[in-house]
Design a protein around this ligand. Structure first.
Ligand code: NAP
Length: 284
């Protein structure tokens, strides 16, 4: 007697490089919570090769994709529809492909970084955001993804400070165009941050290139510091703890939370994140 083949939904994380990505083990841990059997692989795609890879993956039945550096903008351009957070960010980190993609070519793009950050800050670290002054370091894809959610959480002022000031200004202008001129959002250079701030979020990749911490120590004194990097790359988190931050945490929780939102978008189930964060923490 022959049995019909078991259908397994296929997902992939795309980046360059991507070998370091923890997404496959995170999503397999989520799947195990629901008894789901999924396939989740990594794909290192050549620069300029995003569209061809995505088309081939989706046409062969792939259901979802996580997108990391440097393809979040390519993913934004690729998808046929985008949610509001992706539109605000100008970047997509999660794609859901239509079941009949081969016929209609439909794909939906999302940006889960901001909700992931908020869930980590508010639920795991019990941080109140309403009425606080927040300094966001960096104006790349990760920074772009978290601005609208931070504003939505009621921060009093959000300052985007970047090494290349023009990029921070362009990001602020893009958000003002979408959300209105009166949003409490301003651009700055890393050397002209004047306001006392309550919360500092590092969304730069300075530690990956071996650069110096991009902010003066007096800025972070007594603040809550959050480093989107984690593991050995969480240089800002360690430096802030040693230089007078009130609290300093890394971005491992955000990594798992943004993945949990992606899992929900794909499969309609909300995974438990605490055990997955604890497991990853032990293995770092
Ligand atoms: P990206 O788009 O390449 O942007 C990099 C940013 O870092 C730019 O603002 C860049 O400034 C700045 N930068 C790079 N080197 C610097 C230096 N030496 N000094 C000062 N600024 C420097 O990267 P991304 O996607 O935004 O990612 C940024 C970081 O967030 C990465 O470390 C990434 O791993 C992390 N991340 C974590 C999560 C999570 O879930 N935990 C999610 C997304 C991203 P210029 O504009 O001047 O070049």
């Amino acid at each position: 007697m022959s049995s019909s083949p078991v259908h397994v939904d296929r997902y992939v994380v795309v980046g360059n490089p991507v070998a370091h990505s923890r997404s496959p083990e995170i999503h397999q841990a989520f799947a195990a919570q629901f008894g789901d059997v999924i396939e989740y692989t990594r794909a290192e795609v050549t620069l300029g090769g995003f569209k061809a890879f995505a088309d081939e993956f989706a046409q062969s039945g792939g259901r979802g994709m996580n997108v990391t550096v440097p393809f979040k903008r390519d993913a934004f351009d690729y998808v046929t529809t985008r949610d509001d957070l992706a539109a605000c960010a100008g970047a997509v980190n999660t794609i859901s492909f239509a079941q009949n993609f081969a016929q209609n070519g439909h794909s939906q793009g999302f940006n889960t970084d901001g909700v992931g950050l908020l869930n980590d800050l508010v639920q795991r670290h019990r941080l109140a955001l309403s009425g606080r002054v927040v300094l966001l370091l960096g104006a790349g894809g990760a920074a772009a993804g978290v601005i609208a959610p931070l504003l939505g959480a009621g921060v009093k002022q959000l300052i985007v400070a970047n090494r290349t000031v023009a990029k921070a200004q362009a990001l602020v202008a893009h958000l003002q165009e979408r959300l209105g001129d009166n949003i409490p959002l301003a651009a700055a250079g890393l050397n002209n941050i004047t306001a006392p701030v309550d919360i500092v979020i590092n969304a730069t990749s300075f530690s990956l290139g071996g650069g110096a911490v991009p902010v003066a120590p007096h800025i972070i004194k007594g603040t809550f510091c959050y480093d989107m990097s984690y593991g050995p790359a969480a240089e800002f988190c360690r430096w802030a703890a040693q230089n007078g931050a009130n609290t300093s945490v890394d971005g491992l929780g955000m990594l798992v939370e943004q993945a949990a939102v992606a899992y929900y978008l794909w499969r309609g189930n909300h995974p438990e994140t605490d055990p997955v964060v604890a497991h990853l923490r032990d293995s770092l």
